[in-house]
Design a protein around this ligand. Sequence first.
Ligand code: LLP
Length: 415
Amino acid sequence: MAFAYSGGVLCAEQVPLDEIARRFGTPCYVYSRAVIEGNFARFASVLAGRKSLIAYSVKANSNLAVLALMARLGAGFDIVSGGELARVLAAGGDPRKVVFSGVGKTQAEIEQALHAGILCLNLESEAELGRVSATAARLGVRAPVAFRVNPDVDAKTHPHISTGLKDNKFGIAYADAERIYRDAARHGSLELVGIGCHIGSQLTSVAPYIDAAARILALTERLERAGIGLSHIDLGGGFGIRYKDESPAPVGEFLNGALRVLAGRKETLIIDPGRSIVGEAGALLTRVEYLKPGDAKNFAVVDAAMNDLIRPALYGAWHEVRQVHEAESDAVAGVYDIVGPVCESADFLARERKLALRPGSLLAIMSAGAYGMVMSSNYNTRPRPAEVLVSGTGASLIRERETVDQLFAAERLVP
Ligand code: LLP
């Protein structure tokens, strides 16, 4: 258990969170290295013996130290921007293990990817096919490409993070895929290396994932009969974690299901998990500034806000809130909404939680390692939090807290 109480104080591995707050201040993201490594190992052990690549989805948590950790574990990377590619390279990631997804790759990003020598560009439209083909021809290289195919299965997750249905902006339509592959095969500047899909995030049941795998396999076989052989099949990420009372199927069930579908196939299996590797590894540490009791509601106003962790405001996401000190003198027990200082009613981190608090109490917003810091903003000119990586008894600062000066350093007064 990476986050557990010891002597009445919540710890990340063996480091008490109150010590982290003292050393690095609040709000602050705290990650456990052991949890990240343990989660990666679960994927690796199920896939051992199968030609495979675990391409960590950088968008979930792109801190360089996290990426470097993944690179050392042998991970590849699923990226969606030139910025993420630059991060992967800066962290020592191997470009030949990088897959580049996303519907809107710019000309510059395509060139950057081709220069870096990545494993594959996942194309999402015919327009993009044309642009990549022309760019590769101009540079005198062959662009390794796959298509992200929309398998039109319902992932049964939150509509904002479901991506495999017909009316999503992602991928090419299943019905068009064979025609588009045949067309792409005629482009001398393209090398068709794979096929992929990603049906959504925070999946809890295995069935839609397996359905998608079966549909992608059927297409792969059709393409093979048409003389288009591929070297990998990318089934995406999306493996859910437990935030509240969800019971996501274990990773092994998703992967073993996919492995059964692909039994006997020679293609490398690529998966791109994000949340399931870093989500539960992280907590957002925050301090209560004020208690504001009321008739209808009791508010605990904390120093973290929606700009630091937007998931509750954006998706109504539920994150467990734990007191860093199990018990404190003068703490007032009650049911609290945990809100930040930002001027929006949507600025809440949690609602109606039973806690015993006083001004100065520390809280940990749990399972915030994925889509936390990466989605933060500077709204209300709030510097973004520090990030700390814990390993055993040690805690390292992996991103300094932003300063207000940095926030407007790029702005210019006009004469
Ligand atoms: N592969 C592709 C092509 C993706 O689009 C995504 C996530 C992933 C992999 C990784 O999915 P994961 O394993 O992390 O579920 N901000 C939202 C989640 C957006 C996910 C976008 N795509 C949230 O906070 O829940």
